[in-house]
Design a protein around this ligand. Structure first.
Ligand code: PLP
Length: 371
């Protein structure tokens, strides 16, 4: 038989696939239980805006047609909202797509890609798949250590991923520090600021002082790409829509490696409509801020430490190996996210849910901890 492992590209041979949160149906099948809650993938517990749903339903009639490959309507709306030109936008099948375009367009096997310890798991996967060298810079207080990251830049560094805030730690970089880092990079280095949680993170109720809007810097730094998504705050994770904002010439390069029709027509329609629903966004932010307070209070009541987060998720230190606790929580019908693969074996990451879900999680966590 052919040895397919031998045929695979060198980077792909050692690759471990991304581990998503466990789907509810899978746990139902495995344990035969119902009434399961999933707080594992940073989805919006309110679901999408009704305006987005209406637009997607209307779009169903036309699914026999290819989508607009250039995504004109959504780009037009985004450009107006963000104050950029349409030529500065690239649309992705989720923002993961945009991250991949950046690697495909700029990184060769001779190059280095830099990111922080505990950073989003997609960065090492994309780097390794490209056959490039991943340079992982030790974190400081769970967050990015920009001084150490700057010191790790070499002649071969071609791309730096900065997650702001980072997933799964929820840590963030203040405006002045991050902008100074970007301004100080040599010309041969591209930097991708991943703002998947931008809307949550810029909510003053979460207490983030000085959280930056990196899109405002794109005109100043042509080597900067900012990635955002409709998967998190906008509640459209299943439709897969994200975007990048950058210099028009960079957008043109990213566009060259973009597969045709990468964003489907329902996603395009729903995302454009979602931008109109200010009220849904406000409700989402209020629910998240209240839920975060609820979880943090719950951790304190269990005598557990957590990492301060400005996303819609928070990582809690269980004080012991978290894998058995994760399994025990599954038996309670509560799905959270183990993060040992992020170098955080004692932590669990939990997504902020509805008030009753947060309560149930804290109660179940207390139970499996024996408190
Ligand atoms: C969820 C997430 C993304 C992207 O998700 P998409 O669904 O592909 O848009 C990107 N970066 C981080 C840090 C995330 O947590």
């Amino acid at each position: 038989m052919t040895d397919f492992l031998h045929l695979a590209a060198p980077g792909v041979r050692q690759l471990k696939p991304y581990q998503p949160g466990k789907p509810i149906e899978e746990l139902e099948r495995e344990l035969g239980i119902s009434n399961i809650i999933k707080l594992a993938s940073n989805e919006n517990p309110l679901g999408p805006s009704p305006l987005a749903l209406t637009a997607a339903r209307a779009g169903l009639e036309d699914v026999w047609l290819y989508p607009d490959g250039n995504g004109f309507v959504l780009k037009d709306r985004l450009a107006a909202k963000l104050g950029v030109a349409m030529e500065q936008l690239i649309l992705g099948n989720g923002s993961s797509d945009v991250l991949e375009f950046a690697v495909r367009a700029f990184v060769t096997p001779q190059d280095e890609v830099l990111f922080s310890e505990h950073a989003f798991a997609v960065y090492p996967i994309l780097t390794q798949a490209a056959g490039a060298k991943a340079v992982v810079v030790p974190a400081r207080d769970w967050g990015h250590d920009l001084t150490a990251m700057r010191a790790a830049v070499t002649e071969r560094t071609r791309l730096i991923f900065v997650a702001n805030p980072n997933n799964p730690t929820g840590t963030w970089l203040p405006a002045a520090e991050l902008e100074a880092f970007i301004a100080g990079l040599p010309d041969h280095v591209m930097v991708l600021v991943d703002e998947a949680y931008f809307e949550y993170a810029s909510d003053p109720a979460l207490g983030a002082r000085d959280y930056p809007d990196a899109v405002a810097w794109v005109g100043r730094y042509p080597n900067l790409v900012v990635a955002r998504t409709f998967s998190k705050c906008y509640g459209l994770a299943g439709l897969r829509v994200g975007y990048g904002v950058c210099h028009p010439q960079v957008a043109d390069l990213l566009n060259r490696v973009r597969p045709p029709f990468n964003v489907n027509s329902l996603g395009l329609a729903a995302a454009a409509a979602a931008l109109d629903d200010v009220e849904h966004l406000q409700q989402t932010l209020e629910l998240n801020a209240a839920g975060m307070r609820q979880l943090v209070a719950g951790f304190a009541s269990l005598d557990l430490r957590h990492i301060s987060s400005i996303g819609n998720f928070v990582s809690v230190d269980t004080g012991r190996l978290a894998a058995p606790l994760y399994d025990a929580l599954l038996k309670e019908g509560v799905i959270v996210r183990p993060v040992a693969n992020y170098g955080m074996p004692n932590h669990l990451r939990v997504t902020v849910g509805l008030p009753e879900e947060n309560d149930r999680f804290i109660a179940a966590l207390g139970k499996v901890l024996g408190r």
